[in-house]
Design a protein around this ligand. Structure first.
Ligand SMILES: O=C(O)CCC(=O)C(=O)O
Ligand SMILES: [Fe+2]
Length: 379
């Protein structure tokens, strides 16, 4: 019995962290009622829409420590002006390159402005994502329950087979490079997504050139070493429905991303928080910016100079939050290891070599928990 199935059989379980609240239904859930209907409640969206929830089902309650609630309201993630990073003026370029190096080294998260991806395109891709989630559950489930590397995968939480509690999040993951895939519905989705992914790759390509240079390497070093022309690009569309008690749940727990870099856009609701100096910094993106963060493979490649950053997504009571991340890395069968040019007797390799594919499997087979995946390959 999966965690999601058992959730419905334990609907009268009390939970003190949830204020002794029960799971209450105002109406039977059509998705689970009747013998012909599938037994499994797949999505949080469905859960929220088909039941009048006054509190959070116990399976979604996550225990939070004192540290989990330490927010920093004074810090802000840095901003990088992309037009300066790519400027014909060498002074502007080197200034922006220093800022990029500082952001990668000390934060691992930054807002990118003047990146050349139009506001219209970002609005369109978010609207298309919303339209996908508005499709009938039956249509979305065509992409559910398959294998980890299926080109398109729809699901909920992180991995209900290993999650200690369920997360208030549904997802759609799509492999969009080197082969482009997209769900066939809604009709405009594929075209918009393809355009957005293409533009994202252009931005990533230039950022990685800037990063190579900031490491004292040739501009195309990362491209060549990791064969980025055929690199993998994975889109993750996160859907966080409004939650009756956001303080007891989590959209996505503290984690790092596995690729080199992730680009992230969101609708008008905030929820992303980045760990910095032991506190959680809430991210309030500037209008029109794209968020960028370093992933585990950046940390491996740079032998820990640019660390992947721990972040999480909290949910809210008000409305649906959507975020779209695109994770960029080498082809899945490329072996990742620290760049020899960055190693020395004083700085020996700190991570074991592993293929990107194996690394993703490693992450998916364990609970998502801060840097625990990277810790498994630390030497
Ligand atoms: O929803 C967010 O802001 C964060 C999403 C995220 O961290 C992820 O998809 O890896
Ligand atoms: Fe993430």
């Amino acid at each position: 019995q999966s965690a999601l199935e058992s959730h419905f059989h334990q609907s009268t379980t009390t939970n003190s962290a949830n204020g002794g609240c029960y799971l209450k239904f105002c109406a039977p859930n059509p998705a689970t009622a009747g013998s012909a209907a599938p037994k499994m409640q797949l999505s949080v969206k469905d859960l929220v829409e088909s039941n009048c929830l006054s509190c959070v089902p116990s399976e979604y309650v996550c225990l939070k420590t004192h540290e989990d609630s330490m927010l920093s309201e004074t810090e802000t993630i840095p901003t990088i002006d992309f037009s300066q990073l790519t400027s014909p003026n060498p002074n502007q370029r080197s200034k922006a390159s220093l800022q990029l190096a500082h952001a990668c080294r000390h934060w691992g998260f930054f807002m990118l402005t003047n990146h050349g991806v139009s506001e219209t395109l970002r609005d369109e891709v978010i609207r298309a994502a919303h339209d996908f989630y508005d499709l009938a559950e039956e249509e979305k489930r065509k992409y559910a329950g398959g294998q980890l590397f299926d080109p398109i995968k729809y699901g909920t939480s992180f991995n209900p087979r290993v999650d200690k509690n369920l997360f208030w999040r549904d997802y759609l993951k799509i492999h969009v490079h080197p082969q482009f895939h997209a769900p066939t519905k809604p009709p405009a989705f594929s075209e918009i997504l393809e355009e957005y992914c293409k533009k994202s790759r252009e931005v990533i390509g230039k950022l990685l050139k800037g990063i190579s240079k900031s490491l004292g390497l040739e501009e195309s070093y990362i491209h060549k070493r990791l064969n980025l022309e055929s690199g993998s690009q994975l889109v993750v569309i996160n859907f966080y429905p409004p939650c009756p008690k956001p303080e007891v749940t989590m959209g996505l727990p503290p984690h790092t991303d596995y690729g080199l870099l992730t680009l992230l856009v969101q609708n008008e609701l905030n929820g992303l928080q980045v760990q910095y100096n032991g506190k959680w910094v809430p991210v309030h993106p500037l209008p029109n910016c794209i968020l960028v963060n370093t992933g585990d493979h950046m940390e491996i490649l740079t032998n820990g100079k640019y660390k992947s950053v721990v972040h999480r997504a909290v949910v809210n009571k008000k409305a649906v939050r959507i975020s779209i991340g695109t994770a960029h890395g080498p082809p899945l069968d490329t072996v990742l290891s620290p760049a020899p040019e960055l190693l020395s007797d004083d700085n020996p390799p700190a991570y074991r070599a592993i293929t990107y594919r194996k690394y993703v499997q490693l992450q998916k087979n364990h609970p998502l928990d801060r840097k625990s995946c990277l810790d498994r390959i630390r030497l």
